[in-house]
Design a protein around this ligand. Sequence first.
Ligand SMILES: Nc1ncnc2c1ncn2[C@@H]1O[C@H](COP(=O)(O)OP(=O)(O)OP(=O)(O)O)[C@@H](O)[C@H]1O
Ligand SMILES: [Mg+2]
Length: 486
Amino acid sequence: MLSVNQVDVTESHPRTTGDCAYDLLVSDDDLVAIELVAAALEGEKFRVHGVSNAQAGLDFIARSKPSIVLLDLVMPGVVGMELLERILEIDPGVDVILFTGHYSTDSAVEAIQKGAYDYLTKPLPIERLREKLNKWLEDAHVRQQTRQLDEQLLQACRLGGIIGHSPLMLDVFSKVRRIAPHFQTALVTGHTGTGKELVAKALHQLRSGDSRPFVVCNCAAIADTLFESELFGHVRGAFTSASQDKQGFAEAANGGTLFLDEIAEIPIGIQPKLLRLLQNREIQRVGTSRPKEVDVRIVAATNQDLRAMVKQKQLREDLYYRLSMVEVKLPRLADRKEDLPLLQHHFLKMFSEKYGKSAFNLTRRAQALMAAYSWPGNVRELENVLGYCCMMTDKEMIDVHDLPEHIRHNSLSLDENEELMSMEQMEVKHAFRILGRVGGSRVRAAEILGISRATLYRLIERSSKNLPGSTEEAPRVSKTQSGGQG
Ligand SMILES: Nc1ncnc2c1ncn2[C@@H]1O[C@H](COP(=O)(O)OP(=O)(O)OP(=O)(O)O)[C@@H](O)[C@H]1O
Ligand SMILES: [Mg+2]
């Protein structure tokens, strides 16, 4: 439990500085420490406030929503970790930097897991504090820019309903745009939830506009015995229950696009007739021998390996070649995590409007957890998760505890065998890991890490001073990586 003693020295400050000052609260029972910070940050971009007890700090945070709290983890009568939790409960968006004389790796790791932004050890190293705050300023600048950019990007980086700005998705967009004016048949492949139906709709819209029919035939949802009649139609009396003529999906799509979803489910007996449709644009209703011409573009979609199905004789080879001549492959979300912020922004906006909520943002911690998750259900899973979060929260920011358990516990716990290292060492190690993954491109690495290139340079430089624990060899950094100037 928190026990508090009511001394608020907020009025003894604030001291400010430049025009766009951020509010910074120092919560420390040691008034000298507060003075020290206030004096040190004079002339910087912070308006410094001080409180010498926990309750005054909590009140100030609730009332004034400062950007940063410098929190002494050890104050009389207060359990520091509980106080950290209370602060983040009141304002999940605030960044808390801890300082403590009773430093241990365990409590630092625990604090970071609980959502602290960073930590420092006492006696307060003013130079280190300045460095951390400079890094924070860079992060804040990037975050602010990102928020503004997200909105602009959202308009620019979409094709129909498909949103993305990763290189992989930009390739998809360019392919779809090139195919759309000319294709007769196209195949869209990709894992579940990657947006295959959205691509089919985009191909249709770019080619035929909204006034022409877009007809969906879900091959997995039709019984084998009804397939032919559903796809090609029938005439009256063709079978017992055929009391009148009926148009099939292919005819209904005349002039527009027929979307054959889950094409792998198409019964082998129907495949020659589908081939005829693909080759000659001809169909034959069940119960008649007269072929009929249809003017349709066909988009088929699957998450199955059609080539393997050919080998297993479940799919005719000639049909496979006809279908797969023009193929759009969709990448998994795990392979384009750069798209996460934009997709998150899009879905939060969408669900907030739908449910009448104001949850427009994710905390940095929630974002980090989501970025670490593998998203096996791809964009659909992301959409469902954010829809659920929006429905359940009444706050402006979605935080870690709003996320489903499997995402929360995905990367939160320290592996037993993982070496104990400081945040600083972890940062360097992680930066090199990402640099390795992107072939040494600093532009791409900085983008993925969500930091500026300048910060990344500093991290690399710091590693050359041989931090203990940064055991990974630095990958060579090339200046000619994709994205240009590395
Ligand atoms: N790039 C994207 N931008 C915005 N929304 C997307 C994107 N990709 C998928 N979605 C959304 O995710 C959900 C699933 O998309 P879609 O139905 O197109 O996936 P699919 O690949 O056809 O999945 P399945 O194989 O399970 O049928 C939809 O609600 C869709 O709007
Ligand atoms: Mg689908």
